[in-house]
Write a protein that binds this ligand. Structure first.
Ligand SMILES: [Zn+2]
Length: 214
C-alpha cells in the first residue's frame, strides 16, 4: 500500500540500500536477496559454447554464436526488469527511497577469482542500475547515488572500517564489536545509511521546492 503522505518518495521514512554484486545480483537492506547463481551458471555455459563456436570460424557457427549472444542478452534484460521491479515495489511498500552505489564502485572493490571476474564484466550491472533508477523515478522518487568507497569494509553498526572486517568474500565480521553478518547485507545497510545522510543534507537545501510538490 502507498504511504498516505506521498508513497515511495515525497517524504521517505528511510532508505533502502541496494548492494549489487556477483553471487547475489542484488541484496537490499530490508533483507531481500535476489540471487544470481542459477543465472550466472547459465551465462557461463553460454559463454563457453559461444567461444567454441567462434573458434570454428565458419559461417553457420558464427550465426549460431550470434544467436546465443542475442538470447543471453534478452534473458539478462528480462531478469534485470524483474529484479528492478521487485526492488522498487519493496521500497514503495516500506515508504523508502532507494540508495545505490555509483556504479564504478562495483568493479573497483571486487577482488574475485577468475570465473567470477568474467561474470562480473559480462553481467549488465549498468543496465540493472538504470532499470532501478528509471522505475524509481517513475514511482516518484529518483535514486540517490552514494559514494561506494569502503562499503564492503565498513561496519554498518559502528562504522569501523578495516580490511580485516572481511575474513572472506561472504562474511562480514567487525573487529571492534564482533558484529557479524552476511557481507552483502552489511554493505546494503551502509549504502542505506549513506543514502539517508545525503538525503538529509540535500533536503535542507531544496526544502521550498519540496513544499511546492507536496
Ligand atoms: Zn562494528
Amino acid at each position: 500500500m502507498r504511504d498516505p503522505r506521498g508513497g515511495l518518495n515525497a517524504h521517505p521514512v528511510g532508505f533502502l540500500g541496494v548492494d549489487l554484486g556477483v553471487v547475489n545480483v542484488a541484496v537490499t537492506s530490508d533483507g531481500a536477496r535476489h540471487c544470481g547463481r542459477r543465472v550466472n551458471r547459465k551465462r557461463e555455459q553460454d559463454r563457453k559454447l559461444r567461444s567454441k563456436l567462434q573458434k570454428k570460424n565458419t559461417k553457420p557457427a558464427g550465426r549460431r554464436a550470434k544467436k546465443y549472444a542475442g538470447k543471453e542478452a534478452r534473458r539478462a534484460k528480462d531478469i534485470n526488469h524483474k529484479i528492478s521491479k521487485r526492488i522498487v515495489a519493496e521500497a514503495e511498500r516500506a515508504g523508502r527511497r532507494i540508495a545505490l552505489e555509483e556504479l564504478t564502485g562495483i568493479r573497483e572493490r571486487a577482488r574475485l577469482r577468475k570465473p567470477q571476474r568474467t561474470t562480473l564484466h559480462s553481467w549488465p550491472f549498468a543496465q540493472l542500475g538504470s532499470f532501478i533508477a528509471y522505475k524509481a523515478k517513475r514511482a516518484g522518487g529518483p535514486v540517490v547515488y552514494v559514494d561506494p568507497a569502503y562499503t564492503s569494509q565498513e561496519c554498518s553498526k559502528c562504522h569501523h572500517t578495516a580490511r580485516g572486517n572481511r575474513p572472506s568474500q561472504a562474511v562480514f565480521s567487525c573487529r571492534v564489536r564482533g558484529f557479524a553478518e552476511h557481507a552483502d547485507h552489511n554493505a546494503s545497510h551502509t549504502i542505506a545509511h549513506r543514502g539517508w545522510y545525503m538525503w538529509v543534507r540535500g533536503a535542507r537545501s531544496t526544502a521550498p521546492e519540496r513544499t511546492l510538490i507536496a
